[in-house]
Structure formats: structure tokens, C-alpha cells
Design a protein around this ligand. Structure first.
Ligand code: ADP
Length: 179
């Protein structure tokens, strides 16, 4: 039976790190469903439609990858696919605690749902969408961290204070930001 894995995330925007994880997933599973979260708790940097559009472009020709959005519980979405495997990327120990909590919570809700953690190439261990957003906002060379189609999209996007979903550098220091 074909094995489908779900790769959930905000992908705001999709980076080389996400692509690395999708490619690794395709070696392990027959089909990957990239599930883009709406992120209701805060305003995203890119609207959902743009994040989906970019993911579709980036995964074109990669193999059996589908890009969809979802709201609600991941376990409910997994059942609707149907899929029993959730992929998450692990970059550093700092990712681990929250990821463990999420994986065990999902499993507590649905004992059939397994989470598989994949590590990216060392080149991408430091990379996050939040970092790309900050470099972009500050006019830095964000292009090297994202696929060309994403770089193109961001180049054409006006920079401005209206992007208040952004974490920020304050006095040159890292003030947080999710991922
Ligand atoms: P979320 O808000 O769900 O964390 P992200 O788009 O930031 O959404 O991340 C989605 C998944 O991709 C997470 O499992 C995250 O750890 C993983 N990820 C993000 N960037 C990288 C990277 N550079 N290398 C490996 N995994 C990554």
C-alpha cells in the first residue's frame, strides 16, 4: 500500500531548508502532502495563497507532492487525507522540546499518527523562514536562502512597516521570532 506523509508548516516563505526536507521525505514515502497552516494567531508575512503558489512552483517536477492548506487539528486533517505519518524538520536541540510536545500530543489524540523527524543538510541547519523575512526586511541578501521563484517573488514585494507580522531586530539583537 502506498504510504502518504503529511508535511505541515507555515512556509512563510518556503526556504531551501523546507525543500531539503521534502526531498528527503520523497525518498522514504510514496507521496508527500505539504499542508500549509493558516496561522490564525498572527498575521502572516505572505498570504496563504502566495505561500501555496510558491510551494507549488518550487515542488513542480519533484515527484508526487501535493500542496494544500488546512485549518483545525492536524489529526483531523491527517484522517481526511488519509495519512498516518507527519514529517517535521529538526534543526537543533532548540526545536526538540516543542516538537516532542506536539508529536506526543498528536499521538495522544490519535494513537495511529506517527511523527517522523528528518534532519536537513548541515548547510540549512541555521535557516528559518523568520531569518529570511528579517534579512529581506533589512534589505540584505535573502536570495541565497530561498529557491529562485521565492527570491523573485520577494524582490517584487514592497518593503514597509505594514509587514507587522515580522519579528524584528532591535538594536542589532535577535528579539525572537518563531521560525
Ligand atoms: P511551523 O510554523 O509549523 O514551524 P515552518 O514553516 O517554520 O512552520 O516549519 C515547518 C517545518 O519545517 C518544521 O518542522 C520546521 O522544523 C521545518 N523546517 C523549517 N526550516 C527548516 C530547515 N532549515 N531545515 C529543516 N527543517 C526546517
Amino acid at each position: 500500500m502506498a504510504t502518504t506523509a503529511i508535511y505541515p508548516g507555515s512556509f512563510d516563505p518556503v526556504t531551501h531548508g523546507h525543500v531539503d526536507i521534502i526531498q528527503r521525505s520523497l525518498k522514504l514515502f510514496d507521496r508527500v502532502v505539504v499542508a500549509v497552516t493558516q496561522n490564525l494567531s498572527k498575521r502572516p508575512f505572505l498570504p496563504l495563497e502566495e505561500r501555496i503558489f510558491l510551494l507549488e512552483r518550487v515542488t513542480e517536477g519533484m515527484g508526487p507532492v501535493t500542496v494544500v492548506s488546512f485549518t483545525g487539528l492536524l489529526v483531523d486533517f491527517a484522517r481526511s487525507v488519509p495519512a498516518h505519518i507527519v514529517i517535521r524538520g529538526l534543526r537543533a536541540v532548540s526545536d526538540f522540546e516543542l516538537e516532542l510536545q506536539m508529536a506526543l500530543t498528536n499521538r495522544a489524540i490519535d494513537a495511529e499518527l506517527e511523527t517522523a523527524f528528518l534532519m536537513p543538510s548541515g548547510r540549512f541547519v541555521f535557516l528559518s523562514s523568520g531569518l529570511v523575512r528579517e534579512i529581506w526586511q533589512l534589505g540584505g541578501p535573502f536570495e541565497k536562502f530561498v529557491p529562485e521563484v521565492v527570491a523573485d517573488h520577494l524582490r517584487r514585494k514592497p518593503r514597509g512597516v505594514e509587514n507587522d507580522g515580522l519579528p524584528g531586530w532591535a538594536g542589532g539583537g535577535w528579539t525572537g521570532g518563531d521560525s
